[in-house]
Design a binder for this molecule. Structure first.
Ligand SMILES: Nc1ncnc2c1ncn2[C@@H]1O[C@H](COP(=O)(O)OP(=O)(O)OP(=O)(O)O)[C@@H](O)[C@H]1O
Length: 624
C-alpha cells in the first residue's frame, strides 16, 4: 500500500502554508487580489495621521483656505478605500470557502480510501471532526497569516517609517523594543499547539460519546442504561471543560505578556514625544501625528502576539489532519504516479478460477486505527501461538458459474475469507485474484467484479429507488423492479405508501431486518457482477422466503455464468452447492458436496448438519 505525500506528523507553518497555497489551485491570483484589497483598511489607518499632520500644520500656519480641499479629498479617498476593502473581504471569504471545500473533499476522499480495517477501527465522529472542523481551523491559517498578520505587519512598518520621518531617534528606540511583545507567544508556541491538539482530540471524544448515545437509543432504553451513558458523556465533557480552562489560562498569559510589553512601548513613546514637544524639538503637527501613530504601533503589536498564538493553535488541528493525510490508503494504481491501471479480464479463460486466494497470510491488526497505520508492524508467522495469524497458507479457487458455500463454527474465519475475496481486506502475504485482477494492485478495480452482500447491510437515508440505484446509477425503472422481484422485495416495496419513492430513515431503521436484507440483495442483483459473495445475507428471512430468494439468485447466476460464494447459517440453504467448504480456526478442514461431507461420522459439516436437524445435538460446535 502506498504512503501519502510528505507532511510531517507535527506539521510546521513553513510546511502548511505552501500546502494550503497549492490547494488554492487556480484561485491563487484571486486570493492574492482579495488580500491586496483587504489592505485598503491599512490605507485608511495610515491616511488619518497624515491628514491630521497636514490639517494642524495648516491651522498653525493660518492656511484656512486649503483646509476644505484637504477634507474633501480625504473623504473621497476614504469612501473609495472602504468600498475596495469590502470587495476584498467578499473575495477573501469566497476563496476561503472554496479552499475549505477542496480540503474537505480531499480528506473525505482519503477517508473513503482507507483500508476498511483501519477506517472501521476509527470512530466515525472522530473522522468527521477531522474532515469538517479541524480542516476549517487549518484553512483559516492562510487568512491569519496573509491577511491578518500581513496587514498588521505592514501597518507596523508604515507607522515606523512615518515615525522615522518625524523623529528618527524615537522611532528607532520604539522599533528596538517591539520584538518584546511577540516574545510570550513565541516562547509558548509549542505548548499552545499541544493544548490545541488536546482540545480537538477531546472535542472529538465528546462527539463520539454523543453520537453513540444518539445511535443506540433502543439499547440504552432496553437496558435502562441512560445513566451509564450520561456518566460517560459527563466524564468526557468534564475533561473537555478542564482543557478549555487550561487553554484559556495559557492564552491569557500570552495576551497579558503582549499587552504589557506593547503598552510599555506605546506609553514610553508618548511620554518621550510630549517631553520633546515641551522642549520645542518637534512641531505641533508632528506631535499630533505621533499620538495617532503610537496607537498604530500598539495595536499591531498586540494583535501580532494574539495572531501568532492562533497560528500555533491551528498547528494542533493540522497535526490531526496530518494523521489522516499520512494514513495509508488502500492499494490503488491511482496512488502510483506512473501506475498502469490493472484491467479486469472480461473474457476469463474457462479453466482459470474467477476468484482465488493464493497462499494467504492474514491477521487483524491488534490496534488498527488511522493513527497507527504507519507504525503497524508487518505480521509474521509468529512462534507465539496466541499471536498466530488468523489465516495461514490459505488457498482456495472458485470457478466461473460455480456455487460454493463456506460453513463452520463461529469465529472460524468465514467472513474474513469473504471480505478478502471481495477486496475489502488485504492479505499480509499472498494474493487474492478477482477476475484476474489482484486486490493488492488496485482494490477498487478488483472490487468492480464483485457483488458483496453482508449480513447487516447499510441503507442510506433517502428513497428506496436511490438506495437500489447506488449499485448501478444508470439502471432503468424496469431493471429496478426486476431486481426487486428477484430479491422478493417488490411486493413489500409496493405496499409502502410511496412505493419505490418511500423515504428511508438513517440506517433504513424504518424497515425490518429481513426487508433490509432483501433490498441489499436487490442491489446486488442490479449490480449484476461476475462474482457474488453473500455473507449470511438471508439470515433474517423466513425459511420459505429464503428458499425463493436463493432459487432466484441461483437461476440468475447460472444464466449469467456468475460464480456464487455463500456463507450461510442455515445449512439447508447451501445443500445444493457444487462445493461446500468447512472451516475451523482459519483452515479449510473439509471440502466436497453435501452428500460427500455428510458421510463421515465425525466431520465438521456432518456435525453441524446433524445439530441443525436435531439428530445429535453437539453443544461444543455451533453454526454461525
Ligand atoms: N475487524 C476485526 N478486528 C479484529 N479482529 C476481528 C475483526 N473481525 C473479526 N475478527 C476476529 O477474527 C476472527 C474470525 O472472525 P470472522 O468474522 O471471520 O469469523 P466467522 O467465521 O465469520 O464468524 P461468524 O460465523 O460468527 O460470523 C474472530 O476471532 C474475530 O474476533
Amino acid at each position: 500500500m502506498k504512503k501519502e505525500p510528505s507532511i510531517s506528523a507535527e506539521p510546521r507553518l513553513r510546511e502548511l502554508i505552501p500546502l494550503l497555497w497549492n490547494k488554492l489551485g487556480s484561485s491563487k491570483l484571486l486570493f492574492s487580489l482579495a488580500i491586496f484589497l483587504c489592505l485598503c483598511q491599512l490605507g485608511i489607518d495610515m491616511i488619518i495621521p497624515y491628514v491630521l499632520e497636514l490639517y494642524f500644520n495648516m491651522l498653525d500656519a493660518g492656511d484656512i483656505n486649503k483646509v476644505s480641499g484637504v477634507i474633501i479629498t480625504f473623504n473621497v479617498v476614504f469612501l473609495t478605500l472602504t468600498g475596495l476593502g469590502l470587495l476584498g473581504h467578499y473575495l477573501r471569504q469566497n476563496n476561503m470557502s472554496i479552499l475549505h471545500r477542496v480540503v474537505t473533499l480531499d480528506l473525505a476522499d482519503h477517508a473513503q480510501r482507507l483500508p476498511l480495517e483501519n477506517a472501521s477501527a476509527s470512530h466515525s465522529a472522530d473522522l468527521s471532526q477531522r474532515i469538517m472542523w479541524d480542516s476549517n481551523k487549518v484553512t483559516q491559517l492562510l487568512v491569519t497569516i496573509f491577511n491578518h498578520m500581513g496587514s498588521q505587519i505592514l501597518l507596523l512598518l508604515f507607522a515606523c517609517a512615518y515615525m522615522l520621518t518625524l523623529h528618527w531617534q524615537v522611532a528607532v528606540g520604539a522599533m528596538i523594543l517591539m520584538p518584546l511583545s511577540l516574545l510570550g507567544s513565541h516562547l509558548l508556541r509549542h505548548r499552545l499547539a499541544r493544548i490545541a491538539k488536546e482540545v480537538a482530540d477531546q472535542e472529538s471524544a465528546v462527539k463520539q460519546s454523543q453520537q453513540d448515545a444518539l445511535q443506540n437509543m433502543d439499547m440504552l432504553r432496553a437496558y435502562n442504561a441512560r445513566d451509564w451513558m450520561t456518566e460517560r458523556f459527563v466524564a468526557e465533557r468534564r475533561k473537555l471543560n478542564a482543557l478549555y480552562m487550561r487553554r484559556m489560562w495559557w492564552q491569557q498569559l500570552v495576551h497579558t505578556l503582549s499587552v504589557t510589553s506593547a503598552l510599555l512601548i506605546a506609553w514610553g513613546t508618548i511620554l518621550f514625544v510630549a517631553w520633546l514637544a515641551v522642549q520645542n524639538k518637534i512641531q505641533l503637527g508632528a506631535l499630533m501625528a505621533f499620538f495617532v501613530l503610537v496607537w498604530r504601533v500598539y495595536n499591531p503589536l498586540l494583535n501580532l502576539g494574539r495572531l501568532w498564538g492562533e497560528a500555533q493553535e491551528a498547528k494542533g488541528a493540522a497535526a490531526r489532519l496530518a494523521t489522516l493525510w499520512r494514513a495509508l490508503k488502500e492499494p490503488s494504481d491511482r496512488n502510483e504516479p506512473n501506475g498502469i491501471p490493472a484491467s479486469v479480464s472480461e473474457e476469463l479463460h474457462p479453466g482459470i478460477p474467477i476468484l482465488s486466494w493464493k497462499n494467504i497470510l492474514f491477521q487483524y491488526e491488534e490496534h488498527a486505527s488511522i493513527q497507527l497505520t504507519e507504525q503497524a508492524a508487518p505480521v509474521s508467522e509468529a512462534s507465539d501461538p496466541a499471536a498466530a495469524p488468523l489465516l495461514q497458507q490459505f488457498d482456495l479457487d472458485i470457478r466461473q458459474a460455480s456455487f460454493t458455500a463456506i460453513v463452520g463454527p463461529s469465529g472460524s474465519g468465514k467472513s474474513t475469507v469473504a471480505k478478502l475475496g471481495a477486496g475489502l481486506l488485504f492479505p499480509q502475504r499472498g494474493i487474492v485474484e478477482i477476475c484476474g485482477s489482484s486486490s493488492l494492485r488496485d482494490a477498487e478495480q478488483a472490487r468492480r467484479s464483485v457483488a458483496y452482500v453482508p449480513q447487516n447491510p447499510y441503507l442510506f437515508a433517502g428513497t428506496i429507488r436511490d438506495n437500489l440505484r447506488l449499485a448501478r446509477p444508470g439502471a432503468s425503472d424496469e431493471e429496478l423492479v426486476e431486481a426487486a422481484r428477484a430479491a422478493e422485495a417488490h411486493a413489500f416495496i409496493q405496499s409502502l405508501p410511496d412505493g419505490y419513492d418511500t423515504l428511508l430513515s438513517e440506517h433504513g431503521s424504518s424497515l425490518s431486518g429481513g426487508q433490509r436484507q432483501r433490498l441489499a440483495i436487490a442491489r446486488a442483483m442490479l449490480a449484476d457482477r461476475p462474482v457474488w459473495i453473500l455473507d449470511e445475507a438471508t439470515s433474517a428471512l423466513d425459511t420459505e422466503t429464503e428458499r425463493r430468494v436463493m432459487d432466484n439468485i441461483l437461476k440468475r447466476a447460472k444464466q449469467r455464468g456468475s460464480a456464487l460464494l455463500v456463507i450461510a447459517h442455515r445449512l439447508s440453504t447451501v445443500q445444493e452447492a457444487d462445493t461446500i467448504i468447512a472451516m475451523e480456526n482459519g483452515e479449510i478442514v473439509e471440502q466436497g458436496t453435501h452428500g460427500e461431507l455428510l458421510a463421515p461420522e465425525s466431520g465438521v459439516y456432518g456435525s453441524l448438519w446433524r445439530q441443525m436437524e436435531g439428530d445429535r445435538p453437539e453443544p461444543a460446535i455451533t453454526a454461525s
